[in-house]
Write a new protein. Sequence first.
Length: 245
Amino acid sequence: MWQHQDIFWGHMGYAWIFWIILAIIALNGKSFEATRRHGKYLFIKVNNETWVVFHFGMTGFVRYYKDDSKAPEHVHCEIEFKNGFKLAYDSQRKLGHVGLIKSLDHFIRHRDLGVDARSEELDEKKFADLLKERRGAVKSFLMNQNVIAGIGNIYSDEILYQSRIHPKKDVKKLSDQEITDLYEKMNEVLDTAIDVRADPDRMPSFFLIPRRKEGEQCTICGGRIKKIKVNSRGTYFCSKHQKGK
Ligand SMILES: [Zn+2]
């Protein structure tokens, strides 16, 4: 893939000219050495002092391609390699961003990012300990990037739907069994999403994701899907099997 390929030049379609010059100086003639991910951020190592950071927002993705006919539609940043391939960053809704950083550890500390949702460090005990330090709606806990990094709006709804827990239930009222269920469902939902590359059409039929619409029928219990707001975010849940607010 695109790691270890020499970068020929970098072209940033929408960023400021200052950033373009900095990026070209930082990347030109270099090669990508490694990748890391933390929460919703993807990092590409250029050398010990330079990392490219991507945040994908809701619609962002990267594509590595040679033939221009394979180029994505909304390219905001494009890096060309000496082998003729390109790495394009596409973000239709422009909610993500691309940048250069010097230190990955400093970036994670500075943003106060919590433990990554997929890291081995986040075992069930750590999850329960983090939860017991908090108060407020369980959905807000799952989405708080400063506590656990990586879970967004849609996946927090899915985890709660699978755990049979109301999104507004106070974390202080969760039983030990509910905390265990929540931890297990978090891992199952994220594993499934990775397996199907987050494609809604490939999600299992018992998932909420393919039916995030008010009035849809729940495939778990036959109840109806409702929409509410939790911390001003549109939240879908089953009014029948997610009780206990
Ligand atoms: Zn239901």
